[in-house]
Design a binder for this molecule. Structure first.
Ligand SMILES: NC(=O)c1ccc[n+]([C@@H]2O[C@H](COP(=O)([O-])OP(=O)(O)OC[C@H]3O[C@@H](n4cnc5c(N)ncnc54)[C@H](OP(=O)(O)O)[C@@H]3O)[C@@H](O)[C@H]2O)c1
Length: 256
């Protein structure tokens, strides 16, 4: 497998780190010269990585090319490039539709869209792949878990789900701040609640056969503190606020 990256930034670096720890064993990974610092670091650290002279050289020397530039520059970057028929292009660019990509890349290119998350660096990422092209599924399964997505609507919703990362930390921050006001050092709250959430996430994954409402009841004694906290949260509009925010961001994704 000869892998290329057009755009060598945060997510490209995370994927390359994951690949070097995986069993994928590509023949080589060729990366675009930008960003110079990241490209230089990756090439110095990993023998399998080398820096291409230009974006076009990256394309020419690869079978599977990841597009990892920001949405603001993607059109300008892609319009300058020529791809071979049947070359496999994996777009990581959030909010870019397959129709738009097809228009810039041509009919002959195989296009896959994917949403890797930074955890791929440790091979713990969950990556949505649309359509679930076999090569892309195999690739991302080696970096954690690959989720097969079969429609644009599902892909948009997965993009929405991936945008919960900031809210997770914001929620943790809000909890730590509140406890801090009550006298608990923020670091202790952070350590306690982050581990609590990690254990709960583990249960949610391992008990995938159980409805989430069942788990909520199992982890809330009737009349107890857990039950009351969730009721108060709901009555104060917590769930409605969350759903309202999801609705707004979903609208933005669909409108893009
Ligand atoms: N970060 C994530 O967790 C994540 C997850 C999934 C998808 N994505 C998507 O992946 C894409 C990249 O995100 P990122 O977080 O990795 O952004 P980033 O760190 O800013 O990386 C983008 C890279 O593109 C380079 N670049 C800019 N213009 C270029 C050009 N003309 N030719 C070649 N390279 C060029 C930039 O180089 P300079 O620094 O020199 O400008 C930078 O290294 C985005 O579309 C984003 O939506 C990101």
């Amino acid at each position: 497998m000869r892998i290329g990256f057009v755009g060598t930034g945060t997510i490209a670096e995370a994927i390359i780190e994951g690949v070097t720890k995986s069993s994928l064993a590509p023949e080589y990974i060729v990366i675009s010269p930008r960003n110079k610092d990241i490209a230089g670091r990756l090439a110095a650290m990993h023998e399998v990585v080398r820096i291409g002279d230009t974006n076009q050289a990256v394309v020419d020397e690869s079978d599977m090319i990841f597009i990892a530039v920001r949405p603001q520059v993607v059109e300008e970057v892609l319009r300058e490039l020529t791809f071979r028929p049947k070359q496999h292009v994996v777009s990581l660019v959030a909010t870019l539709s397959a129709d738009q990509l097809r228009c810039w890349l041509g009919e002959e290119v195989i296009i896959t869209q994917a949403i890797p998350l930074p955890f791929v660096a440790e091979r713990q990422g969950v990556t949505a792949v649309f359509p679930p092209n076999q090569e892309a599924m195999y690739f991302f399964a080696a970096l954690g878990t690959a989720i097969a997505v079969h429609s644009k609507d599902e892909f948009d919703l997965t993009a929405l789900a991936s945008s919960l990362m900031g809210s997770y930390f914001g929620l943790l921050e809000g909890i730590a701040d509140w406890f801090s006001e009550k006298g608990m050092p923020a670091e202790i709250t952070r350590s306690y609640v982050a581990r609590l959430f990690a254990s709960l996430s583990d249960i949610a994954i391992k008990s995938s056969h159980k409805p989430l409402g069942t788990l909520r009841h199992e982890y809330s004694t009737r009349g107890g503190l857990n039950e009351q906290l969730f009721q108060e949260f709901s009555h104060l509009g917590g769930l409605d606020a969350l759903k309202g925010a999801l609705q707004k961001v979903h609208g933005r994704i669909r409108g893009a």
